[in-house]
Design a protein around this ligand. Structure first.
Ligand code: GLU
Length: 480
């Protein structure tokens, strides 16, 4: 089916299919902080890849770092993914709960000769470190226990379990994004699989879990590329099929440096709560951060699922640009359902009348770049009389404006059927009778009705406020 024909020339590297469609991806966040931009993008790419191929997308919470993993971080990850519309198949797997299984694999590896118990003391390790430093070389632990006679192992001494990593030759990964990458095996060290207290290391846990979960494609940030070379020997030692790797370049700020707090919000809930971004805009933006399809900028979820493949992932780091995100957000706001926007804006502004907001939404959303602007733009609808004036709008009420407002009041008061057309006719008539341009009438009227210099079209404002409220607001500012 599609899964076996669509993914291009590297298919030969993929392990035998384990799910019905063959493709299984996963997102494996460590819950030590909030779900950040890079993590959200990794999740989206894995989700899209799985959905595109009709495969499975799994979620694994890598909570083995007990000191740094927190429940609020887990909650933030789950709610962030849900907000983005990224659903996972089955229940989330919690890595820490699988520690016994990880240890079991390590013991099997010792039994099969692919790992060994290492009794090196801290002093011995420190000596190797000092030696490496003096020679200005990276530390590669060379344990005397790697090839020790099993009879010589000390009883009752603490030990760690180390991988017997290959030392000869080289390891090559055909990465679906990075291309062919080779590392000399002499560069690899015998990494620890089990600590002296028997707990598994992260490196072991990731491989065992990926294998047990049937993960066929490991799509993650390229900060993990080095780990792939350390993880592959664990697959080989166990006779497990290797996954296909795709290491995505990291996200940088507009200044070219790796994205960090300094560049602004990195936790995705800030984009939702503080910046007023819609999830579909955020998704579209994340998609375009590192993946492309011709020159398309606006790409719906359905379209993305149809198009997404790893061939479209670029090799160079992408740059985060808040302006682009806001442009997309403006587009999605204009495309969004009015009742949905009204609900979101009501929550932001604390507005009660969602029906009024829904009716106002077509004119309000025409120019908003985010939900906060939309909320601020809606404020005039709910403002209490007499309106507080925005300082910039005060000018509009000076001179003969108060007199003009009184004339407008009289003319509008006579309108029977209150809507855009009838109020427009009344206002135009005032402009004509006074011998002034429509704008000269509209501006003080706008100030009186909204307290501001800018607002949606003045006849929309009149229609939305209704006759009684409109006349009341005009009366508040007119000369009597
Ligand atoms: N838990 C790792 C992280 O949050 C990801 C590990 C992986 O994807 O293999 O960076």
């Amino acid at each position: 089916m599609g899964a076996t024909t669509d993914i291009g020339t590297d298919r030969a590297l993929a392990p035998a299919p384990t799910a019905t469609s063959g493709i299984v991806t996963r997102f494996a966040p460590s819950p030590t902080g909030y779900l950040h931009l890079g993590g959200a993008r990794t999740a989206l790419f894995n989700w899209l890849f799985a959905r595109h191929h009709g495969g499975k997308f799994l979620l694994r919470i890598e909570d083995t770092d007990r000191a740094r993993s927190t429940q609020p971080a887990i909650d933030a990850i789950l709610s962030g993914l849900t907000w983005l519309g990224i659903d996972w198949d089955g229940d989330a797997v919690f890595q820490f709960a699988r520690a016994d299984r990880h240890a079991e694999v390590a013991h099997q590896m010792v039994a099969s000769g692919h790992a060994y118990r290492c009794y090196m003391t801290q002093d011995e390790i420190a000596a190797q470190r000092a030696e490496a430093q003096a020679a200005k070389k990276p530390l590669r632990i060379r344990s005397p226990w790697r090839d020790a006679d099993p009879a010589s192992v000390p009883a009752d001494q603490p030990f760690v379990v180390r991988l017997k990593a290959p030392r000869e030759g080289a390891t090559t990964i055909q990465d679906r994004v990075q291309g062919s990458v080779t590392v000399q095996n002499a560069e690899l060290d015998d990494l620890i699989l089990l600590r002296s207290d028997g707990t598994p290391t992260y490196m072991l846990a990731v491989v065992v879990d990926d294998h047990d979960m049937g993960v066929t494609h490991v799509i993650r940030g390229d900060d993990h590329l080095n780990n792939a070379f350390r993880q592959l020997p664990i697959y080989t030692a166990n006779g497990w099929p290797e996954p296909v790797y795709a290491h995505i370049p990291l996200i940088h700020g507009t200044d070219g440096a790796k994205l960090s707090k300094r560049h602004g919000a990195v936790g995705i809930e800030a984009y939702r709560d503080e910046l007023g971004i819609l999830p579909e805009a955020f998704d579209n933006y994340l998609l375009r951060l590192g993946w492309g399809h011709d020159d398309d900028e606006i790409i719906s979820r359905t379209q993305a699922t149809e198009w997404f493949d790893l061939d479209g992932v670029g090799k160079s780091p992408s740059r985060f640009d808040i302006k682009k995100l806001e442009n997309l957000n403006g587009h999605y706001i204009r495309a969004a359902d009015d009742a949905r926007l009204a609900q979101l804006v009501a929550a932001i502004g604390g507005y009660r009348d969602e029906d009024l907001l829904t009716r106002a939404m077509p004119v309000l959303k025409a120019r908003a770049a985010n939900l906060n602007e939309l909320s601020a733009g809606a404020a005039f609808l709910f403002a209490a009389r007499p309106l507080d004036m925005d300082p910039s709008a005060l000018d509009l009420l000076s001179g003969d404006a108060a007199q003009l407002l009184a004339t407008l009041h009289a003319s509008l008061d006579a309108v029977q059927q209150w809507d855009q057309e009838t109020t427009e006719a009344a206002v135009r008539q005032v402009a004509e009778s006074q011998g002034v341009k429509l704008g000269q009438v509209a501006q003080p009227l706008r100030a009186a009705l909204t307290g501001r210099k800018t607002s949606p079209g003045i006849f929309d404002v009149l229609a939305l406020l209704g006759k009684e409220e409109s006349l009341g607001r005009i009366a508040d500012k007119m000369a009597v």
